[in-house]
Write a protein that binds this ligand. Structure first.
Ligand code: PGA
Length: 253
């Protein structure tokens, strides 16, 4: 069975103390999760070790970085390498979030380099894709996301592709309170899976978890996660509230 994942993306929010408190509150709920469920906290770099220690004894709870650099090491002041993340045993890394693509000019090619570095270490990449409003309005979202997959992922071997988690996040739904309808989410997730199937075959495509992101909330998570091709969510705003994120974890199918 495909993994069903509730992934928090804290972005650049919360102080260290607030982050500790939030994790403590969520973990105190002792939410019972199934063997095919995973809960991931994407926290800012300075909190990775603290967060890792908090989930150390919990099965299927993992900590993720929100980014990494596309070069191995060297004179790149202020950047964080994949090797650094590996050395503190970080399990996942979000790459290609639309905020990174927009504010830091991250290209599909740059993301393909990040993928190679991550897969070289065994850190699971959470690869984000998704279209802006203008593309959705023009009705060409399927072609748009297909190109993102082609240019960043399609050089990977079948074995490596299977290690990637994909997060589909329509930019017009991120932080706007405007969620994709279940029909819109299911349709594009099924399209993404068919694009993977065309290149790698049905069996491989069926193994890949595809998360939905964009205003996932406690009151819409269950419906979104019930779509056959939606395998959980990447959650921004609602992951900063312990009660809301706990509800989202409980909504996993
Ligand atoms: P949001 O963010 O849940 O606040 O819309 C999602 C994301 O950007 O990952």
């Amino acid at each position: 069975m495909r993994k069903q994942i509730a992934a928090a993306n804290w972005k650049m929010n919360l102080t260290y103390q607030q982050g500790q408190e939030l994790l403590d509150k969520i973990l105190a709920e002792n939410i019972e999760i199934k063997v095919h469920h995973e809960v991931i906290f994407g926290v800012p770099f300075p909190y990775l070790i603290m967060a890792k220690e908090k989930v150390a004894n919990l099965k299927n709870y993992h900590i993720s970085a929100q980014n990494c650099y596309n070069k191995k090491s060297g004179a790149y002041t202020g950047e964080v390498s994949v090797e650094m993340l590996e050395s503190i045993k970080i399990h996942h890394c979000i790459i290609g979030h639309s905020e990174r693509r927009e504010y830091f000019a991250e290209s599909n090619l740059m993301l393909s380099e990040k993928l190679d570095l991550l897969l070289g270490t065994g850190i699971t990449p959470i690869f984000c894709c998704g279209e802006p409003l203008s593309i959705r309005e023009a009705g060409t979202q399927n072609e748009f996301v297909e190109k993102q997959l082609q240019e960043s992922l399609f050089h990977l071997s079948e074995e490596d592709l299977k290690k990637v988690v994909i997060a589909y996040e329509p930019i017009w739904a991120i932080g706007t309170g405007k969620t994709a309808t279940t029909e819109q989410a299911q349709e594009i997730h099924a399209h993404l899976r068919s694009v993977l199937a065309k290149k790698y075959g049905e069996d491989v495509a069926n193994e890949i978890s595809i998360l939905y992101g964009g205003s996932v909330k406690a009151n819409n998570a269950k419906e979104l996660f019930s779509c056959p091709d939606v395998d959980g969510g990447l959650v921004g705003g609602a992951s900063l509230d312990a009660v809301d994120f706990a509800e989202i974890i409980k909504a996993l199918q």
